[in-house]
Design a protein around this ligand. Sequence first.
Ligand SMILES: Nc1nc2c(ncn2[C@@H]2O[C@H](COP(=O)(O)O[C@H]3[C@@H](O)[C@H](n4cnc5c(=O)[nH]c(N)nc54)O[C@@H]3COP(=O)(O)O)[C@@H](O)[C@H]2O)c(=O)[nH]1
Length: 814
Amino acid sequence: MNKPTLRTLIIEDSEDDALLLTRYLQQTHELIHVRVDSAEGLSQALKQGEWDLVLSDHSMPGFDSFAALQIVQQSGRDLPFIIVSGAIGEDLAVAAIKAGAHDYLLKSNLKRLIPAIERELQAAQARRTHFQSEQRFRATFEQAAVGIAHVGLDGRWLRVNHKLCVITGYSEEELLTHDRPSITYPDDMPDELNSMQQLLAGDVPSSTKEIRYTRKDGSPVWVNLTWSLTRTSTGEPDYFIEVIEDITERKEATERLRLFARIFDTINEGVAVTDASNNIMLVNPAFSTITGYSATEAIGKNPRILHSGLMDKMFYDKMWQSIKKTGRWQGEITDRRKNGESYVEWLSISTMKDERGEFSHHIAVVSDISERKAAEERMVHIAQHDFLTGLPNRMMLHDRLTQAIAHAEREQRKVAVMFLDLDRFKAINDTLGHLTGDKLLQLVAGRINSVARTSDTVSRLGGDEFAIMLPYIENTDDIAMIALKLLASIAGPYVVDGNEIEVTTSIGISVFPEDGTDSESLIAHADAAMYQAKGNGRNNYQFFTREMNRRTLERILIKNKLSHALERNELFLLYQPQVDLQSGHIIGAEALVRWDNPLHGKVLPAQFIPIAEENGLIPPIGEWVLREACRQNQEWRKLGLMKITMAVNLSSVQFRQKNLGETIKAILSESGLAPSGLELEITEGVVMQDAEAAILLLEDMKAMGLKLSVDDFGTGYSSLSYLKRFPIDKFKIDQSFVRDLTTDTDDAVIVSTIISMAHSLKLKVIAEGVETAEQLAFLKQQGCDEIQGYYFSQPVSAEEFTKLLSSGRGLFEL
Ligand SMILES: Nc1nc2c(ncn2[C@@H]2O[C@H](COP(=O)(O)O[C@H]3[C@@H](O)[C@H](n4cnc5c(=O)[nH]c(N)nc54)O[C@@H]3COP(=O)(O)O)[C@@H](O)[C@H]2O)c(=O)[nH]1
């Protein structure tokens, strides 16, 4: 039988004793041994060899068993250390055992040696096994991928592993000074206590819960906590073992999935997912709403069920090419709902690949943009059409005209543009109101359309301006014929809101290519020609000429220069006498503004006042006229000349100025003129524009002591009920009625009607534009109160008017 090997380190100074010992051991063991008798020798031997056992003499020269034991212990080896001594006292032996020696025996009695060795070898083996197991447990505990802890019954952490420190953010020391509940998220505390009680009561062997801890930085961490209770050998609860898994990521992923599912279910965009065979495998509720197919109806089908038949093969070919090449496609497409209705959608298709890079799914996202498209089309329509008449507007006219010019150029054809402006529409608008004016415009639009051909473009440019583009014109005679038709068609009477209205139009015509080669110039030249038609007495048409162009340019120049007219003292006033028909004396003057421009010469107000009105220049010019007229009248009064009234024209712009009353008050006090020395002339159209507001304003003026007269009377549509309420002093009969009153019975009747109506309202009447003795005689006979006109005097300078006043010349001295 093989003897077990025993690697023995013998510490012995006596060779004989060592020999004795080895022989004894060799009886039972295959002995490998080394003998040493000093500290150095022992250290050396421990370093060099693997040993099962140390047998040590107690006392050696310069060395003893205590020193030897210390060296062995310091080497870190757990070797059985047995003292074999010639003589060792009881006390020393006890001290050696206390110091760590495993046994001692006497050299004289080696009988106990082998049993002592075997016992201690076994004990050492048991210690090593235990140590290794402890090591394994420690490694498992420390290196576990989950947090592990022992928790006392009082809730204190007894032992925690590294992973738990990572999960909670606390160091081991910090955790060991905390109790576990202190890091449990407060809301989850009841759950945890409940589990603890169940474990303590022995109701459950272990418990698993998903709860939250609060990390050291305050953030929550979701953990899966599995815990069980360890009991003592007597069954008493000892401590809890907890296994803590950080499930925050899983929780977040679940939450994200829940969120995605919610988004999928609630977004307005329809989503359909198809598989590798392009069959629908998933749709969301919005998809069903948009397409009309429920999930059950759609799943398993090819998306072709949505094809409207309105997209051609080439469209789908291109779409799939893009998907194959780039993995995605998006664009507008017309599909068909289950009920057969087609709709426009914005479709985005993207592809998904599996782990092998093979195409696995298509994801289609669909937005129904039918309503948006319809709204866009409405917007385009609104942007291109006039809201009142529904006709194309200026922008669309430009577009169509540009296209027509391009075609006409290629085909060597003519294109005509007609620019229409209603005559005296402003007066209709002012007197009958905007609503009536708007309805009239709609009727006029209808009449223009009835004359135009389908190939023509009839457009409204704004206000009372219309334009017609005629793209197929053979010769100018055709244009003239159409213009005549338009004049006749528009001139017929209209009935709007119970009012019979007559309106005519003036037409300007330009022709491509003679009068312009682009839309802007053709429209501008037709506009210029229209001005000429107005100048020619309205209700007629005019073809554009280069001369008209010159006048249009002049208007632009006037506008530019007019803004500097005041500061450069280019404005001045003329005064036209107003004469009493009974006494023949001058009783008033009308201040009439003039502009002496170095470039344009003497410019008449009819030319520049409308331009001033259009360009916001009336307030300063009007104020200057008022100031100068009041100053002049007061100067005449100071000279002791006859006290007359100064009539000043108020533009509609001035009449609407909020601070008009204040301005007039300031001017009167500045000049010292009594309010009764100033008369404001306001046209009939302006006062009727907003009659109720005009009454209030005129009452304010009247209360200031001013005189008020209605200018151009007869040209508007005054209602008698309003006239009675206007606090006015005088009607001024428009000169257009006076001009022909001796030859035109209509005018004569109108003039005599105005005079008697004014007198019945206890108002005075002045006739303007009186040029002949016949006119004068008629007016006198009809009882007209005053006259103004070239018959007595043209408008004259202040100096000449002074002479007139000083001379005392009257109507009957002529
Ligand atoms: N807002 C302002 N308007 C003004 C001012 N000054 C003038 N005007 C208005 O301009 C229009 C043209 O005025 P004007 O060229 O000065 O012509 C006036 C007279 O010269 C002219 N008239 C006078 N008598 C006769 C005549 O016998 N025959 C004839 N053919 N013309 C004559 O009439 C004009 C006066 O018009 P009215 O004001 O209606 O009395 C004109 O509308 C002016 O109102 C201004 O400072 N501000």
